[in-house]
Design a protein around this ligand. Structure first.
Ligand code: WTA
Length: 657
């Protein structure tokens, strides 16, 4: 069990508060308690009802085909167009003038508003441009963009023509672009010259240029002009977005695609060094993201203003900036920059300016705001907020209470939503008009979702105990596989417990039967709500010629949930490790993977503790990293190793990120 779990458990006993749904919200909620019974009685019927909320070219014949488990097919025989569902249908039904996006750039007065009619036109033009560039249905397109409207436009333009997008988070380095472009064999990449971060323009295209040296198959790089900074240019390959898109027609007939047509591939860290390409398809995914967004945020599209602070490069941005909210015709805020530029009240100024009613962020951000102090949000009128969401990692009760009190004015309920890149959409969460909230608990699986908490033998644990989280029935937005790796898909998710999806998370059911997520039980770390694999970082470290061996652990960290701590054995010729080499290695990891992977701390050690079978004992390393009493070390080949480690380490700690 991870350290965040321990933190959670001890907090739990300190904190036994419970918040009932506010009366006004309960009286007018989109979803009532009946939904749980309805779904329990007829799960497939329940999801079919939710699919009816979309517009289908041809209705499906069969709700679920699970014959080829674990490969699911949802709404078999149905056809639809995801972009049409997110755009045209709202315009056709008279909602074209509704604001789809209130975009806010980081520089002070940078604003752009797009109504549903305008966004539809932009997407049609981009779809025509992609077609003119030779992109066809089924073709992969890589997107490496900042938080600008063109990110949404590109994704929907791909969806509209049936191209499969893969969005690479703008914080990742060139290598991440290379692996994704190569694995999918993408021929077109969409990027920008740069983006505004912390008050300054920073480059994005240089990473693409570097990546392209290793991607000979890419024929076109489409470049959005965001900052106007100088960029290198390859006339044969590079095209400005405005040249390719602006002159295109706003007419574009959306084709209907099979319900199981691939929509996107999102890469995420697993417990091995190689990121996994999670495949999502169209009908089931759109059904569940739209329904969960509508139900869990109790969305009233005519009056609500929704803001999800996630980056579009993560699954949360896909499901709850692009597909869910737009399928529901919601009005949203989208913000380019950091929460503390120019000042630490930036987010709350935006909430006030647009009257944001529904707000969705990650616990790590809430903890940062807590640290900045109560007086910062007090500068702004936050009374418009009526529901607050949390996602990405367990929310500790202190952060929950602070969020409720200082952002939600002690009235807005908090929905703590558990889900994963793999699940595509929210799976465990309160329903704000129905379910009570407990600080630190995600409460219960949503209607239509079947989960269990199992012990090691696969038996359900009784209330009051913890175990491993599994999902026992297929759900519409579930991943359809890992790109090009059927075996890894079966092995990773379906082999631990026969016929059940193993999420990789620990969970506990309290005495009331409510669920508490306890963090990862595998080698995946959760740093500021971002998934990082220990082995991926170890591989990056040993790719440096000075490193002989490396072991990485996630140590608990007050601000980021977990932090990356690395133990390295240097090669003889590298000397015995001083501050310089530690800095070099931290930068090396940042260059290889991205800044978010830069270890908080690197310890140069003479040996690593291993079991007799040669496995590194990360538990012990974690104890060292967290300065805890060491646990049982009797399976160590040489138990003096730990003394050596503790005695001989050169501690390269840094707080500069
Ligand atoms: C963790 C993000 C506790 C969990 C949507 C999961 C959470 C991983 C919560 C998925 C939550 C996400 N409470 N833990 N509300 N939400 N997690 O794929 O460990 O980036 O397995 O998807 O984040 O991260 P991913």
């Amino acid at each position: 069990m991870s350290e965040s779990s321990e933190q959670n458990q001890s907090n739990e006993s300190r904190e036994e508060r419970r918040f009932e749904p506010p009366d006004d919200l309960a009286a007018d909620a989109n979803v009532t308690a009946e939904a749980y019974d309805r779904a329990a009685g007829d799960r497939l019927g329940f999801w079919a009802e939710q699919a009816e909320r979309l517009s289908w070219g041809k209705r499906w014949d069969t709700v679920l085909d699970w014959d080829d488990a674990p490969f699911a097919k949802w709404f078999v025989g149905g056809t639809l167009n995801a972009a049409y569902n997110c755009l045209d249908r709202h315009v056709e039904e008279g909602r074209g003038d509704r604001v789809a996006l209130h975009w806010v750039g980081e520089p002070a007065d940078d604003r752009r508003t797009l109504t549903y009619a305008e966004l539809t036109d932009e997407v049609c033009k981009a779809a025509n441009a992609l077609t003119a560039l030779g992109v066809e249905a089924g073709d992969p397109v890589a997107i490496y963009l900042p938080m600008v409207p063109e990110a949404v436009i590109s994704m929907l333009a791909c969806a509209r023509i049936g191209a499969v997008h893969t969005v690479v988070f703008g914080g990742f380095s060139a290598d991440a672009i290379v692996t994704r472009v190569t694995e999918l064999d993408a021929r077109v990449v969409i990027t920008a010259d740069g983006q505004y971060r912390r008050g300054d323009p920073s480059g994005l295209k240089p990473a693409v240029d570097k990546a392209m040296e290793s991607c000979p198959n890419v024929r076109t790089v489409l470049v959005v002009k965001r900052t106007g900074q100088d960029v290198e240019w390859d006339d044969d390959r590079d095209q400005w977005w405005h040249d390719a898109v602006d002159g295109q027609s706003t007419e574009h007939e959306p084709q209907q695609f099979d319900s199981e047509h691939p929509l996107y591939v999102m890469y995420t860290s697993g417990s091995t060094g190689k990121p996994k390409g999670i495949l999502h398809t169209t009908g089931g995914y759109l059904t569940q993201v739209a329904w969960t967004h509508w139900a869990v945020f109790d969305l009233k599209p005519e009056t609500d203003v929704f803001w999800c602070t996630a980056d579009i490069g993560w699954v949360t941005g896909h499901s709850y900036i692009v597909y869910g909210p737009l399928a529901n015709g919601a009005t949203q805020v989208m913000y380019e920059g950091t929460p503390d530029t120019p000042d630490k009240d930036r987010w709350w100024r935006i909430v006030e300016e647009f009257g944001v009613t529904l707000f969705y962020t990650a616990p790590t951000a809430i903890r940062a705001c807590m640290k900045w102090g109560d007086s910062i949000p007090q500068r702004c009128d936050l009374s418009s907020l009526r529901i607050l969401g949390s996602v990405g990692e367990p929310i500790n009760p202190e952060a929950y209470i602070w969020y409720r009190e200082h952002i939600g004015g002690n009235k807005a309920p908090i929905v703590d939503t558990w889900w994963q890149t793999e699940t595509g959409a929210m799976m465990i969460s309160p329903l704000p008009g129905v379910t009570a909230g407990k600080p630190g608990s995600a409460m219960n699986p949503l209607p239509g979702i079947s989960g269990q908490v199992l012990d090691d033998e696969g038996k359900e644990v009784p209330d009051g105990s913890s175990g491993l989280l599994v999902l026992t029935e297929p759900w519409p937005a579930m991943l359809r596989g890992l790109w090009g790796d059927e075996e890894r898909f079966r092995e990773t998710y379906w082999s631990r417990f026969e016929g059940k999806y193993f999420a990789g998370d620990g969970a506990k059911k309290d005495d009331d039967g409510d669920w508490w997520l306890l963090g990862r039980v595998d080698d995946v770390m959760n740093v500021s709500g971002h998934r990082m694999s220990t082995t991926e970082i170890e591989s990056a470290l040993v790719s440096n010629a000075k490193v002989a061996e490396a072991a990485v652990v996630g140590a608990s960290d007050e601000a980021t949930g977990q932090a990356i701590v690395a133990f390295v054995i240097l090669r003889e010729e590298a000397g015995d490790g001083g501050e310089e080499i530690v800095q070099e290695l931290r930068d090396h990891v940042a260059n290889q993977i991205g800044k978010i992977a830069r270890p908080r701390q690197i310890m140069v050690v003479p040996e690593l503790p291993k079991t007799r079978s040669g496995k590194i004992m990360r538990r012990l390393l974690r104890d060292v990293a967290e300065n805890r009493e060491m646990g049982d070390a009797t399976t160590l080949t040489d138990s003096s190793v730990m003394d050596q480690i503790k005695g001989g380490m050169s501690d390269g700690r840094s707080d500069d990120d």
